[in-house]
Write a protein that binds this ligand. Structure first.
Ligand code: SF4
Length: 347
């Protein structure tokens, strides 16, 4: 599903039913080109499909050149207030700009950015945040409501539309999950632009992932959203792992193993928590499109394993390895994961 229209950043199509892309943002200082390129490469290797970098001043445009030279995925320049930074980033070969046209001054400046992006085929993301809404919109709604966020995004879009620029992606982020979900639902009804989903200032790893999964997940289930960014107070690569797992949990996009594991109970006679964590860790880089079940006992184990492609069911100091509904091995506890992995590798 997703938006009706699409834009393209380099070779990544966003919207119009394209695969939902995952993105992140560098958190290295813009002046530290070496560290920024290293982090961008790490993100790319982890499966990040779009990489954004802050361009706070003219000197930081050098980073855009360096990223374009060193990484293959599209690069987005994140710009606030200064339209010249947008023009320079376009000249540096950036693939997408994040800027709010209402914040860059008069119409001549907006026109200059719209024309530069249009002639280079570069889309613009308008990124509205609940913490930085226009005074007039805040005065109308009293506080950053979902409708206020949506109105603000559409207002910024209208400033580009007056120059026939419609290669637009919208985001309406809030740290309040309900507000964010409602804002994107409104935008989905009120426009055809692709939507970049995210909960802003979501928090540290645990709560940030929970809030992002709830907000982004609720929208994706309804077919809303075209690209996602999980914001964490953590290493950016963790955002990519979380984003990919959110998509995986909904059976969207990326290949990779889906794990099913039981919560353990009084029947469990093996160290299932350890085994499940070990299996997940050792199979992390595996891109096979399969479901692996790690079950504590033979009560639910075989049933779950039937639904899965492969699995283990614990016994007393040993366990069974299943492939679909067939038992293929009975192995001591300390060899269970080795055998499971050997069997996964054969699939
Ligand atoms: Fe308990 Fe077995 Fe269910 Fe795991 S699969 S929770 S061990 S009954």
């Amino acid at each position: 599903m997703g938006s009706k229209i699409s834009v393209t950043a380099k070779d990544v199509r966003i919207g119009g039913g394209a695969e939902i892309s995952v993105q992140s943002m560098l958190n290295t200082p813009a002046w530290d080109i070496e560290a920024s390129v290293r982090q961008a490469k790490e993100l790319e290797a982890a499966g990040c499909q779009i990489i954004r970098a802050a361009v706070p001043d003219m000197d930081a445009v050098k980073l855009i050149y360096a990223l374009k030279e060193n990484i293959g995925v599209p690069v987005v320049a994140d710009i606030h207030f200064n339209y010249k930074l947008a023009l320079e980033s376009v000249a540096a070969g950036v693939d997408k700009i994040r800027i709010n046209p209402g914040n860059i001054g008069d119409n001549d400046r907006i026109k200059a950015v719209a024309e530069a992006c249009k002639s280079n085929g570069i889309p613009i993301r308008i990124g509205v945040n609940s913490g930085s809404l226009e005074k007039s919109i805040l005065a109308k709604y009293g506080h950053p409501t979902a409708q206020a966020l949506c109105d603000s995004a559409l207002y910024h879009a209208s400033l580009l539309e007056q120059f026939d620029f419609t290669d637009i992606v919208l985001s309406m982020k809030s740290s309040n999950v309900r507000t964010m979900v409602e804002a994107y639902r409104l935008a989905d009804k009120q426009c055809d632009y692709p939507l970049h989903l995210g909960v802003t200032e979501a928090g540290t790893r645990r709560m940030g992932i929970i809030k992002s999964a709830v907000g982004i997940g609720a929208l994706l289930v309804d077919g809303i959203g075209d690209t996602i960014r999980v914001s964490l107070t953590d290493k950016p690569v963790e955002e990519i792992y979380a984003a990919k797992d959110i998509l995986k949990s909904l059976g969207i996009g990326d290949k990779g193993i889906r794990f099913v594991s039981c919560p353990t109970c009084g029947r469990t006679k093996i160290d299932l928590i350890k085994l499940a964590n070990e299996a997940e860790k050792r199979l992390m880089g595996c891109n096979k499109d399969i479901t692996v079940a790690i079950m504590g006992c033979v009560v639910n184990g075989p049933g779950e394993a039937r639904e899965a492609d492969i699995g283990i069911a614990g016994g007393d100091g040993e366990g069974l390895v299943f492939k679909k509904d067939k038992i293929i091995a009975k192995v001591p506890e300390d060899k269970l994961i080795d055998v499971l992995i050997e069997e996964v590798e054969k699939m």
